[in-house]
Design a binder for this molecule. Structure first.
Ligand code: ATP
Length: 264
């Protein structure tokens, strides 16, 4: 397992957002976490990435515990993420936004920057080459100098993913990456998620409500409900699991969005 979470607990006052959740993510896998609104999915990501500290439980990643690490330290350890609502610097260009994601991997002191040393110039060159590569990788070649805010929604999501990849993660956590996308954008996004795993070797975990995406690309699915893990399995096992159907998938045939979700 690249990531092994055991008995994770997080409460906010009286709300038990995550209750005793244990999830293992194998290296090189592509999986999803699903569940109704308020099930604890985003809180789970926030616990993994150091935004919240768990009340109890363990989080082991790539051979070390992440408990007590700050978000920047978790990022340095090899986990990158995107957020449910797009968080870009709107008045920066696409390429500048991608460069921001690289800062945790750079080794430039203020002295090097002020003196524009050879080391600084080599790092700067590296940043330009890598951000250009990522721009092409996510399908935004030729758009590097545009302001992020001027790009369509689906492209802005791609910038976020490129920024996350810029930190050279071993694991990328994507929080509702296709929310608000039209069907064509979602289909294109699915290809990108596969490419991230297949070509970059990065392990991918999605929180996702769109069942076409979840069932279409996940090798494994974990299901949360009221902060608890109620099921895990292959798409076929999850699709036919009575408890999951009851809690989340509803009576609607799986293939579209789940009944009880209107936000996705
Ligand atoms: P969605 O699909 O709507 O994004 P989710 O599964 O990601 O939902 P969370 O956002 O993790 O669910 O929320 C789980 C529960 O914890 C909810 O009841 C939510 O209101 C609560 N919660 C989350 N963050 C906080 C917080 N910072 N303070 C108080 N309550 C919180």
């Amino acid at each position: 397992m690249l990531l092994e979470v055991t008995n994770l607990v997080k409460s906010f006052g009286g709300i038990r957002a995550v209750r005793d959740v244990s999830i293992g993510i194998p290296e090189g896998s592509l999986s999803s976490i699903i569940g109704p609104n308020g099930a604890g999915k985003t809180t789970f990501f926030n616990l993994l990435t150091g935004i919240y500290k768990p009340d109890a439980g363990t989080i082991n990643f790539d051979g070390r515990s992440l408990i007590g690490l700050r978000p920047d330290q978790v990022n340095k350890a090899g986990i990158a993420r995107t957020f449910q609502s797009i968080r870009l610097f709107n008045n920066m260009t696409v390429i500048e936004n991608i460069m921001v994601g690289m800062h945790s991997r750079l080794d430039i002191s203020l002295r090097h920057t002020l003196l524009r040393t050879g080391h600084f110039k080599r790092q700067e060159q590296l940043v330009h080459e890598k951000s250009g590569m990522l721009l092409r990788f996510v399908g935004l070649a030729g758009k590097g100098d545009e302001l992020s805010k001027n790009l369509p929604y689906g492209d802005q999501r791609r910038i976020e993913i490129a920024r996350a990849l810029a930190s050279d993660p071993k694991l990328i956590l994507l929080d509702e990456p296709t929310a608000g996308m039209n069907p064509q954008e979602s289909a294109d996004a699915m290809s990108l998620f596969r490419k991230i795993r297949d070509e970059l070797g990065v392990t991918v975990v999605l929180i996702e409500h769109d069942m076409r995406v979840v069932m279409g690309i996940s090798e494994h699915i974990n299901v949360l409900d009221y902060g608890q893990k109620i099921a895990e399995g292959t798409p076929e096992e999850i699709r036919t699991n009575p408890r999951v159907v009851e809690a989340y998938l509803g009576r609607r045939a799986v293939g579209g969005k789940a009944d009880n979700d209107s936000a996705a």
